[in-house]
Structures are given as C-alpha cells and as structure tokens.
Ligand binder design. Structure first.
Ligand code: TA6
Length: 316
C-alpha cells in the first residue's frame, strides 16, 4: 500500500496513530494516490472537525450516497444510500472525547471481541487511524485507513501489527475490507468484529438467515455463554438479546422496522452477533440493533501472515 502522494494542507501526513486526543485545527485536504485500481482517479479527501473536534471525513459518491468516518476508532458513523436516510445509529450517550470509543456506527473490536484479558472489545476502537489512500472508482469513493501498534496498544497486547481498513461507498451499498497483518517476529492470535449499530424501530425489527446456527447466548452470563441452536426463521427483539451465532451464513437480512431491508453479507467474517440491550439502555434501545460480523474463534497469524475479511451492506 502506498502512502499519501501529495498534500494540499500544511501537515506532512495527517493523523499518525496515537491514543492521545487529536485536534484538527483547520480543514485539511489531501490527495492520496497509490497503485490505483483500474479505472480509478485520485480522490481529494477533506478532513474536517467532527463532534468533540475529532477529525472526520465525509465520503460522497457521484450518485448521491454519503458516509462519515471518524479517524478516532476508524469508525464509520453514518451511511446514507443515495436518496435515503441514515441507516446507521450513534447512541445518544456516545462521547466524542478521543478517549472513550464512539458508541455507534461501525466500531472495530480488535484484537479481542471479549470478554477476555484486555479491555472489552480491544483497543482499535479507541486509537487514531491514519488515512493512507483514497481514490474514486466509477464515481464511488474508496478510502483506506491504517492502524499500527504503538506504546499504548503494546502496553496491553505486546505485538506489532498493521490493520488496513478499506471503505467503499457505492450508490446503495457500503463495503469494508479489513486486513490484519502480523508485522511482529512472533505469532499472535486475535478475535475481532465489526460492532455495527443499525438504526431501527425495535418492535418491527427482525433478522433472517440464522436458522440452524449454533448459538452462544450471553444472556444471562456473558462469561459463561449458554450453548444452543437457533430454530427460528425470523428473529425478533422482544427483550434483551446478546447472542453469538457460530459459522453463520455469508448473507443475512435485517428488516430495520423503518421500511428498509438491509442485506449484510460477508467473506471470512465467520460468525454473527445480535445485540439489543433492552431496558439496560432505556433511552435508546428502541432505536437500534447491533448486527455484527465477527470472528469469535481466534485467528492465528505467523509473522508476515495476513487475515482478510469483507463486509458488504446493501439495500435493494
Ligand atoms: O457485541 C455485543 C456486546 O459485546 C454486548 O455483550 C455488550 O457488552 C455490547 O457489546 C457492548 O457494546 P459497547 O458498544 O457498549 O461496548
């Protein structure tokens, strides 16, 4: 992956990974080009101040779709297909202080889904990711972010790694590709997920496609999940739900109860997690559901090895 080739702001390379709070004092424009894809043109990316002064990028496709990405956490916080409303949800209690993870959109869980020895859902969602590439392919923006280990991550997980996260916005879809590479001299293992918050009306929300999967139900005890098997064609959310579906199919459908059927497909994200906190989050549980592509069983990487997983969200 090449680095930013020309820069229209004063900063040589914006946003090196850092666990510290990072302010954008002025709007930065960068033109990143790389070994560009066939038919691609360079894309000028504007980094502006988002909530809490955190740097964010807004991607717009020629067809009118939009996505918003915070570099803190490499978190996509908004996805509006062309002519449509935002299909993602950010919790009203989300903080944008550059310390706590952003509770909403598509946070990363890495290198641990949890519970486990390090902080719940790992550290990738509360570190600053860097922009390393951007281009436009047939009118569709493609942005690539990078996260590397640093003292903060190594204090919890003593490995050298690179995470590349490519976000591709099209007319009616949002795709992401995550590539984790072991840049250490020793093997490591991790679990991971895209903890996607979808806007929903919970009484009308349902998920199809998980019938027959083995389940690990984290209700009532997340540390001792109950094994089971899903026997429903259509899963609804009449109460608290926190359940892992192992070896889930590569495509499932979410009816968000707001008139949208969202296809959630993937390559190599083997598992699915459904979560709605019900009255544990009285202020907002009616308004969202998390449907998460996950890899719960550990991925083991030898030095120089990589693991890649794709998520594709689309509406018809
Ligand atoms: O992915 C489901 C889950 O692990 C739940 O067990 C619950 O702890 C939730 O995530 C917490 O998500 P948050 O975004 O608040 O860290």
């Amino acid at each position: 992956m090449s680095s930013v080739s020309s820069i229209v702001s004063l900063q040589p390379r914006i946003l090196p990974s850092s666990s510290n709070f990072l302010r954008v004092n002025r709007c930065c424009r960068i033109v990143a080009s790389a070994s560009m894809s066939k038919g691609a043109t360079p894309l000028e990316v504007e980094v502006t101040e988002g909530k809490g002064n955190l740097p964010k990028v807004v991607l717009k496709s020629d067809s009118g779709s939009e996505a918003e990405i915070y570099l803190f956490g490499g978190c996509v916080t908004s996805w509006k297909p062309a002519g449509g409303k935002d299909l993602l949800f950010v919790r009203p209690d989300a903080v944008f202080d550059g310390k706590k993870p952003i509770s909403g959109g598509i946070p990363h869980c890495f290198p641990q889904f949890g519970p486990g020895p390090i902080q719940q859902h790992g550290f990738a969602r509360n570190m600053n990711w860097s922009i390393i590439d951007s281009e436009k392919v047939e009118g569709n923006p493609v942005l690539t972010l990078e996260l590397k280990d640093e003292a903060y991550s190594r204090s919890m997980w003593d490995y050298s790694f690179q995470a590349l996260y490519k976000v591709i916005l099209k007319h009616k879809s949002l795709s992401t590709e995550l590539v984790i590479t072991n840049t250490a001299q020793k093997p490591f293992s991790f679990s991971t997920a895209l903890h996607t918050y979808f806007r929903a009306s919970i009484t009308g929300t349902s998920v199809k496609g998980l019938k027959g999967c083995k389940t690990l139900n984290k209700d009532p005890d997340p540390k001792n999940p109950l094994e089971g098997k899903e026997d429903r064609d259509v899963i609804t959310f009449p109460g608290f739900v926190d359940c892992i579906y192992l070896d889930a199919p590569s495509e499932i459908q979410l009816d968000n109860g707001l008139g949208d059927i969202i296809s959630i497909s993937n390559t190599n994200w083997l598992d699915t997690v459904l979560w709605n906190p019900y009255t544990q989050m009285e202020a907002c549980y009616r308004d969202f559901v998390c449907v998460e592509n996950a890899k719960i069983g550990k991925v083991q990487l030898e030095p120089a090895e990589s693991w890649t997983a794709l998520q594709h969200l689309s509406i018809s």
